[in-house]
Design a protein around this ligand. Structure first.
Ligand code: 2P0
Length: 359
């Protein structure tokens, strides 16, 4: 029988955008990020491991993914990285099946829930992980090797999550120079943890709008590298968010101060897209509908702050509001964007094991 996990996706309000150049292979970020766990967008993954030589079969949303496919390449690369630290992983064959309940790669962080579900299922399936992965901290750092944002979908309590950068990208050792134990210590120093569970702020409501379900042209992985390498303001921005924004945002959530959170998160989203536009050639993930949403929300907030938007590497907005404002926010959104799919969710828990299997 396989091991099956459901992992929700997460939406960052303080964004991850760029890897520590020396630790790029390990997805160690240049800066910390903060996210909410989204209850209703998730991946379900079943994994069965048998003694073998590392053969992987991977089915995604009902279709077998050939070895040459981009999705399989990511999964194979992930196993290779995990196998560097935990060699027993290399001595099994894996049957993997995964289903997402939302569009892939359109800026709704499918790699986050995908790699979180896969990691937790592998850890649950291989008994050798039992003494190693006693807490979510280690599982989160392993998920990070697959995709950075996946680290934030692991903490079981979900809610409002911080993914710490672990080391400062401007002053850190080169992994090539380190003995194995030191390399391991640093590689596992960047992980995500729940700061406040989903019950902390039950009034929060998350609205996401599918304005563009198609796959984005430039992946986050490629886009963040281009931004870090070609935007001369990049390092200053990363340090600014790490040192000047992070604590204020945590405090706004701790005290449930919606207007402060709203301002900080909209500014963080805007500055991410400004960073992208400042890359060369410029990267543009937003489209005219995204801009209309931004304008409509600022207009709505002119009297009283009722909603805040955030955009990942795509044009689809995720809007955070309070339940008492939800009706008005939805009516503004309907007027601005007609005939688009609108979904509403709550902040939820993190990844968990499930008894219903996909095969
Ligand atoms: C985030 N995004 O914080 C940011 C905001 C997109 C924009 O995390 O290369 O797919 O696999 O580590 O995790 C998307 O980046 O990138 C992302 P990899 P990932 O949610």
């Amino acid at each position: 029988m396989p091991t099956t996990v459901i992992a929700p996706t997460n939406i960052a309000v303080l964004k991850y955008w760029g890897k520590n150049p020396l630790w790029e292979d390990y997805n160690i970020p240049t800066k910390s990020s903060l996210s909410f766990t989204i209850e209703s967008l998730y991946t379900i993954t079943s994994v069965e491991a048998k003694r073998g030589s590392g053969q992987i079969s991977f089915k995604l949303n009902g279709k077998i993914k050939e070895k040459s496919s981009k999705e399989s390449a990511y999964v194979i690369e992930f196993f290779e990285k995990v196998g560097r630290f935990f060699s027993f992983v290399n001595f099994h064959d894996y049957k993997i099946e995964s289903i997402n309940n939302f569009p892939i790669a359109a800026g709704f962080a499918s790699s986050a829930s995908g790699f979180a579900a896969l990691t937790k299922a592998i850890v649950g399936e291989l008994v050798e992980f039992e003494p190693i992965c006693g807490s979510d901290v280690r599982v989160s750092a392993i998920a990070r090797l697959g995709s950075g944002s996946a680290a934030r979908s692991i903490p079981s309590n979900g809610g409002f999550v911080i993914w710490g950068r672990g080391i400062d990208f401007r002053n850190c050792p080169n992994p090539a120079d380190l003995p194995k134990n030191e390399l391991e210590r640093i590689a596992f120093s960047s992980y995500a943890e729940t700061l406040f569970g989903p019950d902390h702020w039950p009034e929060l409501s998350i609205i996401y709008i599918e304005i563009e379900p198609k796959e984005k042209k430039i992946s986050s992985r490629v886009g963040m590298k281009a931004t870090a390498e070609t935007n001369p303001l990049y390092a200053t921005w990363a340090e600014y968010e790490e040192n000047e924004v992070k604590e204020s945002m945590i405090s706004s959530v701790k005290k449930r101060r919606f207007s402060v959170l709203a301002r900080l998160m909209m500014r963080s989203s805007n500055s991410l897209h400004a960073m992208c536009f400042g890359a060369y050639p410029p990267l543009m993930y937003l489209n005219d509908k995204s801009i209309n949403i931004i304008n409509a929300i600022h207009e709505l907030n002119a009297k009283k702050t009722q909603a805040a938007y955030t955009f990942d590497a795509g044009p689809n907005p995720v809007i955070i509001t309070l339940r008492r404002y939800q009706k008005e926010v939805l009516s503004i959104l309907q007027e601005t964007i007609k005939n688009q799919k609108v979904h509403i969710s709550e902040v939820g828990k993190g990844a968990y094991f499930c008894d219903e299997h996909l095969f």
